[in-house]
Write a protein that binds this ligand. Sequence first.
Ligand SMILES: [Zn+2]
Length: 326
Amino acid sequence: MSLPLVDLHCHIEGAAPPDLIRKLAARNGVRLPDHIFDDDGHYRWTNFQHFLGAYDVACTAIRTPQDYYDLSYSYFSNAAALGMIYGEVFISADHGANGGIAYPDMVQAMAEGLGKAREESGVQGRFILTAIRHYGIEKCEATAKQAHRHPHNLVTGFGMAGDEHFGQPADYARAFDIARDADMGLTVHAGEVCGAHSVRNALQALRPSRIGHGVQAISDTNFLRRLAGEGIVLEVCPGSNIKVGVYGTYAQSPIKCLQDAGVKLALGADDPPYFHTDIANEYAQVQKAFSFIDDDMRAISRTAIEAAFCDEQTKADLLGRIQVSP
Ligand SMILES: [Zn+2]
């Protein structure tokens, strides 16, 4: 029986395969510089700064709501073909606005793309409205307000991505309060490249139920006890960590140590084509690196669904599809 996969941490623009980005660029008359692709047509970058640069340049190809439809359909249908039953994607109103796309149009197009993939494969998904930390406090609060101004039944979470070194989590407390007031599930990127203090401060100031990455928390045993005690779920993206140089191999990711400390975790592919991975590969590599049996991987999928930003009925339906052996 194949494993039912769940991805709780993936950015829609970062999930765009290079071929799709080239197609959108041609359709929109955007000339992309050759240096962002290698000879095989994959994204080319060598360090974290180059990665961010290539990502931003590739995003300039995205100009219309139809493009977001294509991104959404491509992501959900491809991941479903790999065995994904549920995925949450980060959507950035700022990236949409950079391409001249109004937020409600972007969400509508994303919803239609997911709807088509769901019709074909049964895959389920939700969207996480995402502020960009290094765009500053005002922009993050403006993003959170979109949740009130343009509510949508598939936009069920609010998150913050971007440069973890920028500002302090407390600066963004108001943005998270605004989103909390709109009944959004909350997650924040922290403890990817900065240490345990970054996760601790984010948890203290913003009170999310999930942390994006969070793996650096491993260096603070007392704090791990708190994460475990409060049932905070880490969205761990080991392939992404390896490609940006946080760890050398999957086996060096602290996944097993976190679990042994009682910390709950789910998996994510983050920006799959940039990191030469996908959610099936993340599951497979983690299983191999830690000699996990299939039921260990199903337990990760169950944790992810329990932590998902979706309604109870959808959770119950999805949990019914993840049977652990008696
Ligand atoms: Zn991320």
